[in-house]
Design a protein around this ligand. Structure first.
Ligand SMILES: Cc1ncc(COP(=O)(O)O)c(C=O)c1O
Length: 360
């Protein structure tokens, strides 16, 4: 028997989630597949969506070139734009769309020999204070882009700092700053949280291109709604199995650092997954794990290759019983809450050691 740890990837669910994004608003949607498709495999995501997605968004030119080398022909937007003149030239050659978020990028462009036109999206900083030109500098940047015969200004974009939070006051401020300005080209504003607010009083009517990321993978960024509530389906199911089962008398401890003490005689299951696979080391006792179809709890510290679970109330569980860490049965957003992080990080941390199994 080989090690039972693996990530099953259900590509029909990626397509379903993409349609949820698209149908909520009827706008175009560029699927955000940066960072190796949020840990799901960037190329596999692009291939799975190739018949549907209006375009893809990645972080950097290197990621975009990888997609082009593998034959992906759809529009690709580079969210951090070109880092230097050479990347401008590659973008022109490979028909990449570039975000311009800083005037330095236009100085780099001036050093580049562009063989073809380049479509650009101007990123405006509406309050996130990460990337983007300030509102007052946008008219000058727009004029400079329009004066360049090789650049085509496609969209004005901005990114929200708090669209996933319960207090939407700052989100509303960012929205009104962007929506109450007369821009010369259509807008692109919404990430997943903002898309999921469509058709509510906080929704956005007048934008042209959505940029869904996390929702495509089947996780809800919203505090108040689970993925299931908003009709999203998990793409990844992280699985393993019990490789040992034993009894620990009340009063004894389990694992490194003796962090968990049995309050009763406990049946302990050992699962073949650990932080060497990307399962978070800081997952506390109590984190949900599904064993043979039933919810149980992680106990003790996560080690490199193994975790331990309490299966006292599951006499049917035995060596070889299937275990799910997140996916169809265990909501990754629940696991993330226990670990004081977000699903984005859990997905991205999955290591290459875990075999990826493609389904449909
Ligand atoms: C500019 C931009 N747009 C869209 C997204 C997608 O965000 P989400 O995964 O929350 O949908 C990201 C993600 O980091 C981003 O940086």
């Amino acid at each position: 028997m080989t090690r039972p740890t693996r990530a099953l990837l259900k590509w029909s669910n990626l397509r379903h989630n993409y349609r949820v994004a698209r149908e909520r608003t009827k706008h175009e949607a560029y699927a955000v597949i940066k960072a190796d498709g949020y840990g799901h495999g960037m190329l596999a995501c692009a291939n799975a969506l190739s018949g549907e997605a209006d375009g893809f968004a990645v972080a950097c030119v290197d990621e975009a070139l990888l997609l082009r080398r593998e034959g992906i022909r759809q529009p690709i937007l580079v969210l951090e734009g070109a880092y230097d003149a050479q990347e401008w030239e590659q973008a022109a050659k490979h028909h990449l769309q570039l975000v311009i978020h800083h005037s330095q990028q236009l100085r780099d462009r001036a050093q580049a020999e562009l063989e073809e036109d380049v479509a650009v999206w101007l990123k405006v900083n509406s309050g996130m204070n990460r990337l983007g030109v300030r509102m007052e500098d946008a008219p000058d940047m727009i004029a400079r882009i329009r004066n360049d015969e090789r650049l085509i200004l496609r969209h004005i974009m901005s990114h929200f700092a708090t669209s996933d939070e319960a207090d939407l006051s700052f989100y509303e401020e960012q929205k009104s700053l962007m929506l109450n300005h007369a821009w010369p080209v259509p807008l692109s504003l919404s990430n997943s949280a903002s898309i999921l607010r469509a058709n509510t009083k906080n929704g956005i009517e007048s934008e042209h291109v959505l940029r869904p990321g996390i929702m495509l993978y089947g996780s809800s960024p919203l505090e108040e709604f689970s993925a299931e509530d908003v009709n999203l389906r998990p793409v990844m199911t992280l699985q393993s199995a019990l490789i040992s089962v034993h009894n620990v008398p009340a009063g004894e401890t389990v694992g490194y650092g003796r962090r968990w003490t049995a309050k009763r005689d406990t049946r302990v299951g050992v699962v073949a997954i650990g932080y060497g696979d990307g399962y978070p080391r800081h997952a506390p006792s109590g984190t949900p794990v599904n064993v043979a179809g039933k919810r149980c709890e992680l106990i003790g510290r996560v080690s490199m290759d193994m975790i331990t679970v309490d299966i006292t109330d599951m006499p049917e569980a035995q060596i070889g019983s299937p275990v799910e860490l997140w996916g169809e049965l265990v909501d990754i957003d629940d696991v993330a809450r226990y670990c004081n992080t977000i699903s984005y990080e859990l997905y991205c941390r999955l290591t290459p050691r875990v075999p990826r199994i493609n389904l449909q």
